[in-house]
Design a protein. Structure first.
Length: 81
């Protein structure tokens, strides 16, 4: 159990060190007068809900797997038969 606690403390220290380093690196552009937009990755932006009928969902899904029009399969013939 002490081994797990030691690993946890080691990871926590590494995490805190990386957070400090990250904040220092993010402050470098500001020191040189470069505007750096700081936005949260997990902001509370809401997206409109899209309600599609079943046929529209199927059409949308199939549009992702559309084949190429300029490529065709070649028939394979065996040399032994």
């Amino acid at each position: 159990m002490e081994d797990i606690q030691g690993k946890y403390e080691k990871l926590l220290n590494e995490y805190n060190t990386l957070r400090i380093e990250n904040e220092e690196l993010k402050s470098i552009p500001q020191q040189h007068g470069i505007a750096y937009p700081r936005e949260d990755l997990f902001s509370n932006k809401t997206f409109p809900t899209v309600k599609l009928f079943r046929s529209e969902k199927i059409t949308l899904f199939r549009s992702y797997f559309k084949g190429r029009d300029d490529v065709f399969a070649r028939r394979w013939f065996s040399k032994t038969t």
